[in-house]
Design a protein around this ligand. Structure first.
Ligand SMILES: [Zn+2]
Ligand SMILES: [Zn+2]
Length: 339
């Protein structure tokens, strides 16, 4: 089969590899669509510890049709249309026992979406593989992973109907947070820089978009919230400056979700006076759990997510290396890779 493998930062290649055969509990998936993701671009630029020893399978958001099942697989059969999450609980560690499976001591992020076939490991088949309803396409279903992260963030912060949330950033993750918040009836204000991205955020359901080119975001958010600040703020950029801004945009008693991962070693000075006397709660949120992945697939199946705005276009598998080479420096919306 053809597969794109990661060899080193800025070196990925389309190569021929043996098509795997499913062992006990495993499923062989014929991939119908995989989505590009900001994490893949970051890994392309600088490598990623979760990719393991190169050459490594690459791409982690994908959906397809089951081509073969291993022994002891009873829930699925050949021909089933499915989406797989890129991780599963180990069932044995302190965190998995407490339901915090995203913090699993043995968390393995499964890759290999940019290929003709993917061998889905037994723990994912057991905990995190879902059949698709007929109305849900493969590219849309592959949004399950990033949407699950967004639903997780919204749930941790307990954003609810009648509240106003601010999102800092207008990239793909911001659009997914926006969908998760709109599904809960939350009013959403998006702060961003790129006019093109803010226009998409408006079309995707943001109540108001604020361009940092034209307005001072703290004053703008206060003006839109009777001078208080937002009930909850989601930082979806991943810089020290925007982490600080997130605290400033929040009202007294509000909650902040620090969602954008900063470069390792980043330190952020925070106004302790404000955190303490205004009783602001800071949440770090990472990844998702089977509960949130299932919720994401259900939300996608409900047709309430504006998937057309989230996926910019499609490319073929053999275009992946040149696509990453040309686009890794830009802020891209998602592309569907169709093998
Ligand atoms: Zn991703
Ligand atoms: Zn575990």
């Amino acid at each position: 089969m053809k597969a794109v493998l990661f060899y080193a930062p800025k070196v990925i290649k389309l190569v021929d590899v043996p098509t795997p055969e499913p062992g006990p509990g495993e499923v062989l998936l014929k991939i119908s669509a995989a989505l590009t993701c900001g994490t893949d671009f970051k890994a392309y630029r600088q490598g990623h510890h979760m990719l393991g020893t190169p050459p490594s399978p690459f791409g982690h958001e994908f959906a397809g049709v089951i081509a073969a099942v291993g022994k002891n697989v009873s829930k699925f059969k050949s021909g089933d249309r499915v989406v797989a999450a890129n991780s599963a609980p180990c069932e044995g560690c302190f965190y998995c026992e407490r339901g915090q499976t995203q913090l699993c001591d043995d968390l393995k992020l499964h890759n290999g979406g940019y290929a003709e076939y993917n061998l889905v490991p037994a723990p994912i088949v057991k905990h995190n593989l879902y059949k698709l309803p007929d109305n849900l396409g493969f590219s849309e279903a592959a949004l399950g992973d990033p949407l699950a992260c967004a639903i997780h963030a919204v749930d941790v912060v307990r954003a609810h109907e009648g509240e106003t949330a601010a999102i800092i950033g207008a990239g793909s993750m911001s659009l997914l947070l926006l969908q998760a918040l709109r599904a809960r009836g939350v009013r959403v204000l998006v702060v961003g820089r790129s006019k093109a991205n803010l226009d998409i955020a408006s079309a995707a359901g943001a109540d108001t978009v604020i361009s940092t080119e034209n307005a001072e975001p703290i004053a703008a958010i206060k003006r839109l919230t009777d001078g208080r600040g937002a009930d909850c703020v989601f930082e979806a950029v991943g810089t020290a400056k925007t982490w600080q801004m997130a605290v400033e945009l929040t009202r007294k008693g509000g909650r902040v979700c620090l969602f954008g991962g900063c470069a390792s070693g980043t330190m952020v000075p925070i106004d302790t006076h404000r955190i303490h006397y205004s009783q602001i709660t800071l949440h770090g949120v990472f990844h998702h759990t089977p509960k949130y992945f299932k919720a994401a697939v259900d939300l996608l199946a409900s047709s309430r997510v504006k998937t057309g705005l989230l996926i910019e276009g499609r490319i073929a598998l053999d275009e992946v290396p040149s696509f990453f080479h040309e686009r890794h420096g830009q802020s891209n919306r998602k592309f569907a890779v169709i093998p």
